[in-house]
Design a binder for this molecule. Structure first.
Ligand code: NAP
Ligand code: ZN
Ligand code: ZN
Length: 347
């Protein structure tokens, strides 16, 4: 066992506080990494505050992890001590069901093991996330990081990156399509970068007028203030696909009104309350509302390699670990540009 430290929520009401715990010694196919950077995802906030009703305390959040391998098990072949490894939202799965065999471990029929607040398949303990100084994971659930990328900017790719890359690929976003991204936060700004990079006419939808210039710099062809009904009306029936990353409860109908016949609104944001939808909005244009969750191991590596090739990383504000509660508050106030990343060397 290795003595480990990090930041944990002890209850849904308490702020994150310093916390000590133990991690196991890596097994034969496992690696131990010393964590360098961990991104702050809005899911960490939802989970720390038990907004989805599935939290287990003490809860060490963090699933956007970049670290250096400090130990490798006797049968580990993909990583050597000293190499950089990245870990995302899931750290294990049954490995036997059809989704697992097809490289879609995140849709494991037995339930994938989440990086934190989940029952560990190896030792039955509760997983503790990346707001900490180390992590132990089977090398099959770790990723290679392209050498040309800034490591702090890579960390958010492990959740915000793959969660937007995967649906944009699944719905074949590319040239000739008009695509909307709802919300310019951690996920949204990665969705914007990818949709632009894939060649779509990309429109950023935001509730924050002050983000307009940034959205253009990040690749938006147009920016649409979603709270302005007359601006929205000018774009009615013109979008092929919209990716909704909003973290707070919101009405879907204004976004559905933007879609062309047979268009799709794909939800990735996970507000604590389910949305109300007018069926009339759907039937009158044969629309689809869909959902998507992170991505599997092969697609996550594909996304990282794509980012290496196209020099794509997240826009990050790197902060010391003891500022994590401030980061949560600023995220709630839609004041993030565009992902907080904890420098775990400051622990
Ligand atoms: P974030 O950085 O806080 O960004 C969320 C953005 O949503 C805000 O910046 C804001 O953008 C927009 N927003 C907030 N309230 C809104 C409202 N009432 N109406 C419209 N837009 C609103 O959060 P994040 O880390 O990107 O995460 C976003 C959501 O995705 C969270 O719910 C998270 O749990 C979920 N998530 C899902 C998956 C998955 O696999 N599906 C993976 C990771 C995260 P503007 O200021 O531009 O309006
Ligand atoms: Zn996340
Ligand atoms: Zn499985």
């Amino acid at each position: 066992m290795t003595a480990s430290k990090g930041y944990a929520a002890l209850s849904a009401q308490s702020p994150l506080a310093p916390f000590s715990f133990e991690r196991r010694t890596p097994g034969a196919t496992e690696i131990a990494v010393e964590i360098l950077y961990c991104g702050v995802c809005h899911s960490d906030l939802h989970m720390a505050r038990n907004e989805w009703g599935q939290s287990i305390y003490p809860l060490v959040p963090g699933h956007e992890i970049v670290g250096r391998v400090i130990q490798a098990g006797s049968s580990a072949t993909r990583f050597k001590v000293g190499e950089i490894a990245a870990i995302g939202v899931i750290v294990d799965s049954c490995r036997a069901c059809a989704p697992c065999k097809g490289g879609e471990e995140h849709y494991c029929e037995q339930g994938a093991t989440l990086t934190y607040a989940a029952k560990d398949r190896v030792d039955g303990s509760i997983t503790m996330g990346g707001y900490s100084n180390n992590y132990v994971v089977d090398e099959r659930f770790a990723h290679k990081v392209p050498a040309n990328l800034d490591l702090a900017g890579v960390a958010p790719l492990l959740c915000a990156g793959i969660t937007t890359y995967s649906p944009l690929r699944h719905w074949k976003v590319g040239p000739g399509m008009k695509v909307g991204i709802v919300g310019l936060g951690g996920l949204g700004h990665m969705g914007l970068k990818f949709a632009h990079s894939f060649g779509a006419h990309t429109v950023q939808l935001t509730t924050s007028l002050k983000k307009r210039d940034d959205a253009i710099k990040l690749g938006a062809d147009e920016v649409l203030l979603s709270t302005d009904a007359s601006e929205m009306a000018k774009h009615a029936r013109s979008f092929d696909f919209i990716l909704d990353t909003a973290s707070a409860p919101h009405d879907l109908d204004p976004y559905l009104s933007l879609l062309k016949q047979d268009g799709t609104l794909a939800l990735v944001g996970l507000p604590e309350k389910p949305p109300a939808v007018s069926v009339f909005s759907l039937i009158t244009k044969r629309l689809s509302i869909a959902g998507s969750m992170i991505g599997g191991m092969p697609e996550t590596q594909e996304m990282l390699d794509y980012c290496g090739k196209h020099n794509i990383t997240a826009e990050v504000e790197v902060i010391p670990a003891n500022k994590v509660n401030d980061a949560f508050e600023r995220m709630l106030n839609q004041d993030v540009k565009y992902r907080f990343v904890l420098d775990m060397q400051t622990l």
